[in-house]
Design a protein. Sequence first.
Length: 74
Amino acid sequence: MKCKICSKDAQENGFCMLHLKAYQNIIDKFDVWKKASDTFWSQYLVEIQKNSLTGEWAKEVAKYLIKEENGNVK
């Protein structure tokens, strides 16, 4: 099985090792963001994509999750 985002072999949740780590970081940090700014999940994902300090893997995962949330994932 291939990663939902790239062509590497998938590990868990359909992500490769690198995208899985980014996904886990996004999930883990959401509670902190939510408490600090009263942010909704979809807003959080948009902010991740816009943040210049966010790594490329996390931006790709956030983009994928936004598409998935909107039903635009193939």
